[in-house]
Design a protein around this ligand. Structure first.
Ligand SMILES: C/C(=C\CNc1ncnc2c1ncn2[C@@H]1O[C@H](COP(=O)(O)O)[C@@H](O)[C@H]1O)CO
Length: 252
């Protein structure tokens, strides 16, 4: 008589959580670890959408994990092409510094130009300087003033992090990337996906054309409501921008 705890050859077979004995044992079976480590097999699956879904999921997991305990934060957007000696670079630094002094972590895209300026200001003021980088064909990497950086493959996962972990946006002069970030925020406020989310455009001269078009064309033609123009403030004064962020944080 065989011991009831073993099969005819004296072994339990465990495959993951499943235990088999006697007639149920597949003698030729390998363990999951063996199959993982022994064979490479075809590689096409790394280029399939189901696998990409896992990578996308991993970006959310990593992002949420890294940023969950960040505390109050403001995202600063602006051109990757702002030169270091341009007045808008100095304004970016001032924004980063004053936001840090007001107790905010500063989140940027982690790249060069206005992003670097805001990270530099925050870092030099002893604040928390965060960069959410993006994999690009022309990789520039995280700027040197980022103290906490995450590199994303997917723009949409990265954009979720900006909105989820900041309480407001400061938008410095920029191009398509900056406009994308600005209009995503405006759409989320307009559709009430986010509430009490101050958006400040810094640089009255730079933004006047866009604001004029929104008022004189988009609003005049009924494509946006007059109240939509109240979703953002345009200023040249960083103190005003920071004060709006502080007031929003303190509002009940
Ligand atoms: C153009 C160059 C580097 C680009 N590197 C970037 N790194 C991180 N984030 C970026 C980068 N480029 C754009 N972004 C995002 O868009 C916004 C700026 O875009 P814009 O078109 O320059 O206005 C910015 O806020 C980032 O989130 C080499 O110089």
């Amino acid at each position: 008589m065989t011991d009831p705890g073993t099969n005819d050859r004296g072994h339990d077979r465990m495959q993951g959580p499943v235990v088999t004995r006697r007639s149920q044992v597949d003698e030729g079976g390998s363990t999951t670890d063996q199959r993982l480590l022994d064979s490479r097999g075809p590689t096409d699956w790394v280029h399939t959408d189901p696998w990409r879904v896992l990578r996308i999921q991993a970006e959310f997991v990593e992002g949420f994990g890294a940023l969950a305990e960040l505390g109050p934060a403001i995202a600063v957007f602006g051109s990757a092409r702002t030169p270091v000696d341009h007045p808008f670079y100095a304004i970016g630094e001032e924004a980063g510094r004053k936001l840090a002094e007001a107790g905010f972590a500063v989140i940027t895209g982690g790249g060069p130009g206005a992003m670097e300026a805001a990270n530099k200001g925050a870092c030099q003021a002893g604040g928390v300087s965060v960069g959410l980088g993006i994999e690009l064909p022309f990789e520039s990497g995280l700027n040197q003033w980022v103290d906490k950086g995450i590199n994303f493959r997917y723009f949409f996962a990265r954009k979720t992090m900006f909105v989820k972990y900041s309480q407001g946006f400061v938008v410095l002069p920029g191009g398509l990337g900056t406009l994308d970030e600005l209009f995503e925020a405006l759409t989320l406020v307009q559709t009430q996906k986010v509430t009490s989310f101050p958006i400040v455009l810094v640089g009255t001269a730079y933004w006047s054309g866009l604001v004029g078009w929104l008022r004189d064309t988009a609003m005049a033609e009924g494509k946006i409501n007059p109240s939509d123009l109240d979703m953002f403030v345009v200023t040249d004064d960083i103190d005003e921008a920071v004060a709006l962020m502080v007031a929003s944080k303190e509002a009940p």
